[in-house]
Design a protein around this ligand. Sequence first.
Ligand code: ZN
Length: 189
Amino acid sequence: MSYLKTIEYRIIPTQSFTVIRNCSGCGQKTRFQNTGKFRVNANSSKIDVWLIYQCEKCRHTFNLTIYERQKNTNIPADEYQRFLDNDEQLAEAYGRNFQLFQKNKAEIDSKSENYELVKLQELIDETVCGSQTVITLQNPYHLKIRPEKLAAEILGLSSSQVKKLIAKEAITIRSTAQSVYISFSEISA
Ligand SMILES: [Zn+2]
């Protein structure tokens, strides 16, 4: 049978990132966790908002800057209220916001990058010659997962089986910061 199968997934983090940084309380590098709370400082018409992270060991805090010296008109009113309410869902969303960590130069503990694969679509085109499957995994959160590990997970194979298939050129894997592409004609592991 001839077909071109294209399958698309999105890699979604399932929990807040953990930050690794020097803790002044512990005097060494430790892991900081999302407290799920915000700190808001409203000074005249300028507003600062932080997401509060906390050392696992000594409870020293580290604030990730969300807004810095912003005019209150620049912050959506409903979001501002959610900051004041320490809205857990919003704190979780910011805790998985890769750009926020980059902006704050906060080092993400790659071991904290738990994720799930959400299938977006699967299309089959039977008008082509040959049989080919192309799997695209969007990685909008820039999680640092080895492409081989993703291939093993998607295909239900062990990582050594995947390595062998790559060596035999039965599978091709390409990756960019935003996506991983896995393609193969047929798999005989
Ligand atoms: Zn500490």
